[in-house]
Design a protein around this ligand. Structure first.
Ligand code: ADE
Length: 230
């Protein structure tokens, strides 16, 4: 899987991708990742990438030329046909695990990070295939959302996580939130690990975990339970 990120702040992306599991996945060659500075593609003599909005109003809008030229460079140099181009915006479809799974099947994903008031609509009409929001709040730019998307997709790709990490029980599988975890010591400052987890009875442990998952989901995310009943 190859990720291509278009941004005005490449270091924000690089610093995250150079640590921990993302770094290891890149070193192992399981994911490939390229960052492109949109400003480098500006034809303006001052490398300007934004301008005032037509019709007036607050803030600046990213101009189409540098973005479209960055995009053309990416698809040409990487030989990409029919690319998936994700624009990160609070106006987009709200991201979830299902979308992450579906995108993890792509060969290439291009992510476009906006700034200021947004980007010229013609860019969206011309090159964007998916407008994605990571939640109902507004950030200063698309870099954190892009990293969230890259991280959540990458961990689904075989080999990125360790052998022991299984997806079966984790949150959002089967539309349930995950059960609680405990490790040593058996008692911490007067708080005990639930007896059932020390019992060695696997059937009872399974049942306890499932009941806890359902209880927590009902408490926190009843909307997910409704989905699983559909
Ligand atoms: N850019 C600013 N806020 C955002 C959000 N919530 N999701 C995706 N991109 C954004």
């Amino acid at each position: 899987m190859r990720f291509h990120v278009m941004t005005l702040f490449p270091e924000m992306i690089n610093s995250y991708m150079n640590e921990s599991i993302m770094k290891r996945a890149i070193e192992k060659g399981i994911i490939e990742f390229n960052v492109y500075n949109i400003r480098d593609f500006s034809e303006n003599k001052h490398k300007k990438v934004d301008d005032y909005p037509f019709g007036g109003g607050a803030g600046m809008v990213m101009t189409p030329q540098p973005i479209v030229d960055t995009y053309r460079h990416i698809i040409k140099t990487n030989n990409i046909e029919n690319p998936r181009v994700i624009y990160l915006t609070p106006k987009g479809k709200v991201y979830n695990q299902e979308i992450a799974k579906e995108m993890s099947l792509e060969d290439d994903v291009i992510l476009l990070c906006g700034h200021y008031e947004g980007i010229d609509q013609r860019v969206i009409d011309m090159i964007v295939t998916d407008e994605i929001s990571i939640g109902d709040y507004v950030l200063t730019g698309g870099e954190l959302p892009a990293l969230i998307i890259i991280d959540s997709i990458s961990r689904l790709i075989p080999g990125v996580l360790g052998q022991n990490e299984s997806f079966e029980d984790e949150s959002f599988e089967n539309n349930l939130l995950e059960y609680p975890h405990y490790t040593r010591p058996r008692e911490f400052e007067g708080m005990k690990v639930p007896d059932v987890l020390l019992s060695g009875n696997h059937a009872n442990i399974e049942k306890w975990r499932r009941d806890e998952s359902i209880r927590i989901t009902r408490e926190r995310r009843p909307d997910l339970l409704k989905k699983s009943c559909r």
